[in-house]
Design a binder for this molecule. Structure first.
Ligand code: ADP
Ligand code: MG
Length: 248
């Protein structure tokens, strides 16, 4: 996986069903999608449209019933244990509710993905660099409860980057934050894209967030109902108007 340009992702005819009989439901219904290295894609759609499920399938947290997910040329749906563990370490995940460990300091939360080897000097140096990169230098020893929501999300982003991923999957990362703090988190992600070479797929309900991405993919009932390039040279205000006309 490239550390400098971001991963390429190719999703083909992906299907994920839940339940059985009359309760059967197709959460992701024949989704095909190609995401280029370094692209920042907003994944939108109403609640229940399949955004989280699609992120879980791409992150190999869940297995599809049909179809494939290929990341940097590797079919991750076909991976077995060792390969799967390696792949999951190389994908960053960020969630709406941060999911920090409350008893651990900022530094130890960022080190959590490598916790058994936390004492290694290179891991410590990397964690400190990431804490610096997300704007929390000096707060290494703080506990999550002593941080604001935006700061906790910054810790979660630093943690997600510990495995030096080429792909960051973010499930409504600004959903718990006020719009100013949400915009700062987006600034951070876009800056990290440049510095660390990341492809970012980000589920969101917020027009102001989606409008700053390169591309908007909208789901409806598990299917792609819209796929818009937002980089085609308009000024940002026009892009915002265009996204604002959509129901996310
Ligand atoms: N583990 C699960 N078991 C049963 N149904 C699920 C499960 N996860 C998601 N679903 C259903 O799949 C559909 C898509 O859910 P989800 O991917 O969470 O949508 P979104 O993130 O867009 O709100 C919803 O109808 C949801 O209830
Ligand atoms: Mg969701």
């Amino acid at each position: 996986m490239s550390e400098h340009t971001g991963s390429t992702v190719s999703v083909e005819h992906l299907v994920r069903r839940f339940g059985s009989g009359a309760e059967r439901l197709t959460a992701v219904d024949d989704v095909s999608l190609t995401i280029g290295a370094g692209e920042v894609v907003a994944l939108t759609g109403p609640s229940g449209s399949g955004k989280s499920t699609l992120l879980h399938l791409i992150g190999a947290i869940e297995q599809p019933d049909e179809g494939t997910v290929t990341v940097d040329g590797v079919d991750v749906t076909g991976l077995r244990r060792a390969g799967l563990a390696r792949y999951r370490q190389r994908v960053g995940f960020v969630f709406q509710r941060y999911h920090l460990l409350p008893a651990l300091t900022v530094l130890d939360n960022v080190l959590a993905p490598v916790l058994p080897r936390r004492g290694r000097a290179d891991h410590l140096a990397q964690a400190r660099d990431l804490i610096d990169a997300v704007g929390l230098a000096g707060r290494e020893r703080a506990l999550p409860a002593h941080l604001s929501g935006g700061q906790q999300q910054r810790v979660a982003i630093a943690r997600a980057l510990m495995g030096r991923p080429g792909l960051l999957l973010a499930d409504e990362p600004t959903g718990n934050l006020d719009s100013t703090t949400g915009a700062q988190i987006l600034d951070l992600l876009l800056g990290l894209r440049e510095r660390h070479g990341l492809t970012i797929l980000l589920a969101t309900h917020e027009q102001a967030v989606a409008a700053r991405c390169d591309r908007l993919v909208r789901l409806g009932d598990g299917r792609v109902v819209e796929d818009l390039d937002l980089t085609d040279g308009e000024d940002p205000a026009d892009t915002y108007d265009r996204v604002a006309r959509l129901r996310l």
